[in-house]
Design a protein around this ligand. Structure first.
Ligand code: DQA
Length: 141
């Protein structure tokens, strides 16, 4: 089992960034917590503030050994057709994930141009969302 977890722009500063919305855990804390909880799974974490490297990371899931992808595209969620196309090219399930409940926030966050290409969306459960997404990938089919 190999799961790729990709985080987009501004998620590298989790813990410091609007903690009342995104919580106080750093991305590093989240990564360690997941690797501890799912110690029998190969979990690969990747973060970039740029669109191209996120697309390159998604392409890695075409390797035939990745079982699924958890993707928090950050603000790219709302306008990146290039990331959507990269997701659509994959055969493995991609779960779009948001720490916050994007539907309870500003209007522009309610639309995801990436979600239609994903297996499903998890939003609003904070860091627990990453675990839920990994559990889904582990228990699929
Ligand atoms: C986010 C929600 C996005 O709207 C925002 O731009 C982010 C984080 C979330 O995890 O709640 O950067 O994806």
């Amino acid at each position: 089992m190999r799961i790729l977890i990709i985080n987009g722009p501004n998620l590298d500063i989790l813990g410091k960034r609007e903690p009342e919305i995104y919580g106080t855990m750093s991305l590093w804390d989240i990564e360690n917590r997941l690797k501890e909880k799912f110690s029998n799974v190969k979990i690969e974490f990747y973060q970039s503030n740029s669109e191209g490297p996120i697309i390159d990371a998604l392409h890695r899931a075409l390797d035939g050994v990745t079982d699924g992808v958890v993707l928090n595209p950050g603000a790219f969620t709302h306008y990146s057709y290039a990331i959507r196309d990269a997701v659509a090219a994959l055969k493995v399930p991609v779960i779009e994930l948001h720490l916050s409940n994007v539907h309870a926030r500003e209007e522009f966050r309610r639309e995801s141009v990436i979600a239609p290409a994903c297996k499903g969306v998890i939003a609003g459960f904070g860091v627990r969302g990453y675990e839920l997404a990994v559990e889904y990938i582990l228990n699929q089919s």
